[in-house]
Design a protein around this ligand. Sequence first.
Ligand code: NAP
Length: 284
Amino acid sequence: MTAQLIDGTTLSKQLRAEVAQRASTLRARGITPGLAVIQVGENPASQVYVRSKVKACEDNGLHSVLEHYPVTLSEAELLARIDALNKDPAIHGILVQLPLPPHINAQEVIQAISPAKDVDGFHVTNAGALMVGQPGFWPCTPYGCMKMLESIGYNLRGKHAVVIGRSNIVGKPMALMLLQKNATVTICHSATQDLKAMTLQADVIIAAVGKQKVLTADMVKPGAVVIDVGMNRNDEGKLCGDVDFDGVRQVAGYITPVPGGVGPMTITMLLFNTLEAAERSSAC
Ligand code: NAP
């Protein structure tokens, strides 16, 4: 068997066209959806991510502001900026690019963002809303994975989904979203004793670890759907995921590539959340 590819780039194009259309409708009513992206310090990976986010906004009719501060910015100064953006009616979404320098408490900063503008979905109010099944902003990466499953018409009801990784930004919200769609969910992590025994039972596997080849062909049930969230560099310095793509694609039913899989979907869902924030604010 050779797995069918779930192409995040193509799917993103379709979804971003929808964003652009909805943004244009809002603009016609005098509201331009606006995203503020804050970067502190010079982390090269962060630089690439924030540029992609700002460009995606510009390409799809959203207004974006990039605020890039030196690594010496104090936590109090950052909190003051967030307070100002919380009050700025032209800004509907606020994103603070992580990681922050060690002298800044990332949790303090995230909790300072108004939940109504928390388009990353990291605020405890939004995390709690996901937990209890109330409307809120979903974290962009797992949200993008859900859209990928939806794009292949996959019905999660009664299926066994195994999530590898339990971070607050990917693994845990991913598990809750799958549960909400009536999957039976297993969460694995670094203390899981027999990962292979778990993944071999899975109809759907989401790998969100950050280590290449965590998932190999012998760990996958034939026909399973495999979504690779990981972003790593292989020995040649090339971008790769957590999944041994060449091996697993021989066994899986569907697979996402890296690059061109979950990465572009994450940015697409950020656009969706920002648009949604603007639509909600205009409904007030
Ligand atoms: P993280 O906070 O480092 O979490 C990694 C998780 O993997 C932890 O829960 C850890 O378990 C678990 N883990 C580590 N080694 C394991 C092993 N051998 N077997 C099973 N589980 C293991 O990372 P993250 O922020 O969730 O990100 C995960 C990956 O996704 C990274 O490569 C990141 O770059 C990528 N990512 C991609 C996107 C995108 O847009 N494509 C977005 C976000 C993240 P413990 O909890 O026990 O330590």
